[in-house]
Design a protein around this ligand. Structure first.
Ligand code: SF4
Ligand code: SF4
Length: 299
């Protein structure tokens, strides 16, 4: 990886990611690490007491597990290190309220900041530095080799916490048709330590979002899904009467996915690769136009 990364970390979530980046052969890209205590005050008046000494020159700041006001320190650290870009992971709804995200962006002073909720949803954003990191770490992308059973899985891009490599190994030997469901089970076994609390912005838990991302990688690689929400076009009233409510409430859409789009007839269409089967759209569609299908669906 051709960038210098400075890591701000707090708690177990950060440690795991640091270890995985190093274990994947990128230890030399990490030019510095500062650990913050997990029990910092939620509201901080003077950040000067928290700015690490001897900051290294770097391109990217990776913020892992920081909660509350301490995240405001990013811009100051960027100005002292020369960093042009920052990735802030969010794995807990209580970690970084949307108002605080807006405050950080407003004071960013040219620093490109991406808030990744969760970090395994990160994809290239058109920023040279962030995209270099996202070549290797972020939304899982895999290649599955095997005829009827999974023979080998090659991880092209993996969740920064390491879960993708773990799941890839555990799926070896299982029937291809079971890989989608099993990938969701295996990520829980890793275990993914994203929060089980519902995120009020997304409408789902961040843990579930992580599960949807690994399943999506499996489905994309296999070229088929075994379970998905599907819209009955004849019942869908499209933009006419509901303003595509399902698109507004789909958790995957809320974190930047294209899980539900609109076809030429104005009807909603669900992408079975990224649908996590959360059933939220099924409950919310005023016309009962969506149902879960459990059968092989070619992508
Ligand atoms: S599926 Fe339901 S909520 Fe979505 S656009 Fe159609 S009618 Fe509206
Ligand atoms: S079930 Fe509906 S709301 Fe949930 S991920 Fe699939 S399309 Fe989105």
């Amino acid at each position: 990886m051709n960038i210098k990364i400075f890591i701000l970390s707090s708690g177990d979530y950060g440690s795991r990611i640091i270890n995985n980046i190093a274990n994947r052969g990128f230890a030399s890209s990490i030019v510095g690490l500062h650990e913050f205590s997990e029990d910092l005050p939620e509201f901080i008046d003077d950040f000067n007491n928290y700015i690490p000494k001897d900051l290294p020159e770097c391109d990217l700041i990776l913020s892992l597990g920081l909660k509350g006001d301490i995240n405001m320190i990013l811009t100051e650290i960027a100005s002292k290190t020369g960093a042009k870009s920052a990735i802030v992971e969010i794995h807990d709804p209580a970690q970084l309220p949307i108002g605080l995200q807006r405050e950080i962006e407003a004071s960013s002073n040219g620093l490109k900041i991406v808030f990744a909720k969760p970090l395994c949803s990160l994809q290239p954003v058109g920023d040279k530095i962030i995209d270099e990191f996202a070549k290797y770490f972020g939304k899982p992308e895999i290649e599955i080799d095997g005829e009827r059973f999974v023979k080998k899985i090659n991880v092209i891009r993996g969740a920064p916490c390491g879960s993708t490599w773990y799941v890839a190994e555990k799926l070896e030997g299982i029937p291809l048709e079971d890989a989608e469901l099993e990938s969701g089970n295996k990520i829980h076994n890793y275990p993914c330590i994203a929060s089980m609390a519902t995120d009020s912005i997304v409408g789902d838990t961040i843990l579930h979002l992580a599960g949807y991302k690994i399943k999506e990688a499996v489905k994309e690689s296999l070229g088929f899904a075994t379970r998905s929400a599907v819209v009955d076009e004849s019942s869908c009233r499209g933009g006419e009467d509901c303003e595509h409510l399902c698109i507004d409430i789909c958790p995957n859409v809320k974190i930047g996915g294209n899980t539900i789009t609109v076809n030429d007839n104005g009807k909603a269409v669900i992408n079975s690769a990224s649908c996590g089967c959360c059933e939220i759209c099924i409950r919310e569609c005023p016309y009962g136009a969506i149902e879960i299908i459990e059968e092989k669906i070619d992508l």
